[in-house]
Design a protein around this ligand. Structure first.
Ligand SMILES: *Cc1c(COP(=O)(O)O)cnc(C)c1O
Length: 365
């Protein structure tokens, strides 16, 4: 540290310099995060000091968190769902597995996870000492339900299905998986970190939520397609009492018990997430998702015209290609199978897609 502080001017000119090293999202096709919606930014600023780790001091913020959970529960066809705002999909997935590991009380518990799952399950299984049984996917990168069923045994504490894979934007056959889970008495956790705020707004939503009796819990990330500020994820569970399994006593706080993983938690981002859903409503979210889906179709069509085949036809706004090179200045990412991966987030406007296609075309010329 400096012995005496530097001037505000000097400080902020340093920060601006660093800020310029950051990307401004303009040519970013690789991210599932996006520029936050202006109402999220305004709401976040308004609640900047609110700490949900001590909800008795921030009763208003805590009640907004409850409203957010209520809205998401209702959106997922279960108004009585329990839940709380996490730091993102990683924490939501970890906490869901933590609940099921405790419920099972097996000495060698295992979790069944498709090979397409997000790497957060690897972290969760490591932390919780769970055996992770990986299930292969079919040629469309969706979980093979036959192979899934074979892996279930008496020590299985949870099955994981993905409603919108991070890499390919496809949805596992959740109805079928939920049926198998329900018949086998094994809870199904649906990782809808990305898809949870896309699928309900599609013209023809595929079943993935609490409307299916086998679905026990869902992870969804407002800080992705919910356009909130970072960090805001949400874990919703069928029975709110399950969170009692995670409760610890909290001396010296305004509440007696806490089931969250984090202690101090950002209230600002949670209010931001709520603000976007309230402000846009169903019709606004549908319009955003429709735009992202149209852009996805346009990019796939444009890339195929240029000779790059799609890796799969996605369910959501993720497009993947058999392609090797990227025009300079653009950020895309690569899947574990080596496909070029792009995500048509709200900041990826139609003119950005056309610019990208032009640059890809010129790169080939
Ligand atoms: C993004 C994502 C995660 C991880 O979420 P974080 O917010 O980065 O912790 C988990 N699962 C899926 C399917 C995701 O797309």
């Amino acid at each position: 540290m400096h012995e005496t502080g530097i001037s505000e001017e000097e400080l902020f000119s340093f920060l601006s310099l660093k800020k310029r090293e950051d990307s401004n999202y303009h040519h970013v096709l690789s991210s599932m995060c996006t520029v936050p919606h202006p109402v999220a930014v305004r709401a976040h600023q308004m609640f900047i000091e609110a700490n949900l780790g001590d909800p008795g001091l921030f009763k208003g913020t805590a009640s907004i968190e409850e409203l957010l959970v209520e809205r998401i529960g209702a959106l997922f066809h279960h108004a009585g769902a329990g839940g709380y705002a996490t730091s993102g999909g990683t924490e939501s997935n970890l906490q869901a597995l933590r609940i099921y590991a405790k419920m099972k009380e097996s000495r060698r518990p295992n979790v069944i996870v498709p090979e397409s799952a997000h790497f957060s399950f690897e972290k969760a299984c490591d932390i919780l000492h769970l055996e992770m049984r990986t299930v292969p996917c079919d040629e469309t990168f969706r979980m093979d339900t036959g192979a899934m069923q074979e892996r279930i045994d008496g020590n299985t504490c949870c099955i994981v299905g993905i409603a919108g894979t991070t890499e390919y934007g496809v949805v596992d056959p959740i109805r079928e998986v939920a049926g198998i889970a329900h018949d086998g008495g094994v809870p199904l956790h649906v990782d809808a970190a990305f898809g949870g705020l896309v699928i309900p707004f599609l013209k023809k939503p595929m079943p993935f939520d609490f409307a299916l009796p086998g679905v026990a819990s869902i992870a969804v990330d407002p800080h992705k397609m919910g356009m909130s500020t970072i960090p805001c994820g949400c874990l919703v569970v069928r029975d709110p009492a399950w969170f009692n399994l995670l409760n610890v006593e909290t001396p010296y706080l305004t509440v007696k018990q806490e089931c969250t993983l984090a202690g101090t938690r950002s209230g600002g981002a949670v209010v931001g997430a709520f603000a976007v859903l309230e402000y846009l409503g169903m019709s606004g979210m549908k319009a955003v998702v429709e735009g992202c889906m149209k852009n996805t179709v346009r990019l796939i069509e444009g890339m195929e015209t240029l000779g790059y085949r799609r890796a799969v036809t996605p369910d959501l706004n993720v497009a993947t290609f058999e392609a090797g090179a990227v025009p300079p200045g653009w950020r895309v990412s690569w899947t574990r199978r080596g496909h070029m991966r792009t995500v048509m987030m709200p900041h990826v406007h139609r003119d950005v897609i056309e610019e990208f296609l032009r640059d890809v075309g010129e790169m080939n010329a």
